[in-house]
Design a protein around this ligand. Structure first.
Ligand SMILES: [Zn+2]
Length: 139
């Protein structure tokens, strides 16, 4: 399968995506910290089956269990990421996938929402990737 994340078993990736779809959109929830409209799911920590992915020098933790996620608005999510380095959407894409996503978007004809579905990340994450706010190291 094209674009399969390196170093992950098929089972693990399928579980990751399935957990994501079960949770649905965070937009229909309010932020667990400030009560504003939530935008993204954030991993709360504490899952007994916690998984870890190392990206550059950071060790990011995540879970396949939606019960260990809470809806957060962008600003609270960023605050949490800075304090714990934990995010549902962080570190999901390989550098090759980031390049492919940007190339597809630059070629036109596909929306950020469609790219989000295709790559299994949130639309705000796609926006951050194509505008270079995230994955700055990927050229
Ligand atoms: Zn908030």
């Amino acid at each position: 399968m094209r674009g399969w994340p390196k170093g992950k078993s098929r089972k693990e990736v399928v579980g990751y995506a399935a957990a994501h779809y079960r949770m649905g959109s965070a937009n229909t929830h309010v932020c667990a910290r400030c009560g504003e409209q939530a935008q993204e799911w954030a991993y709360k920590g504490g899952c007994p089956n916690e998984l870890t992915q190392t990206v550059r020098k950071w060790e990011l933790k995540y879970s396949l269990d939606p019960g260990f996620y809470e809806p957060l608005c962008s600003s609270c999510h960023i605050t949490q990421d800075h304090s714990r380095g934990v995010s549902w959407y962080a570190a999901k894409l390989t550098e090759d996938q980031v390049r492919a996503l940007r190339a597809e978007y630059a070629a036109g004809g596909i929306s950020q929402a469609k790219l989000a579905l295709k790559y299994g990340v949130s639309p705000p994450a796609v926006q951050r990737i194509v505008t270079g706010r995230t994955y700055k190291n990927v050229q």
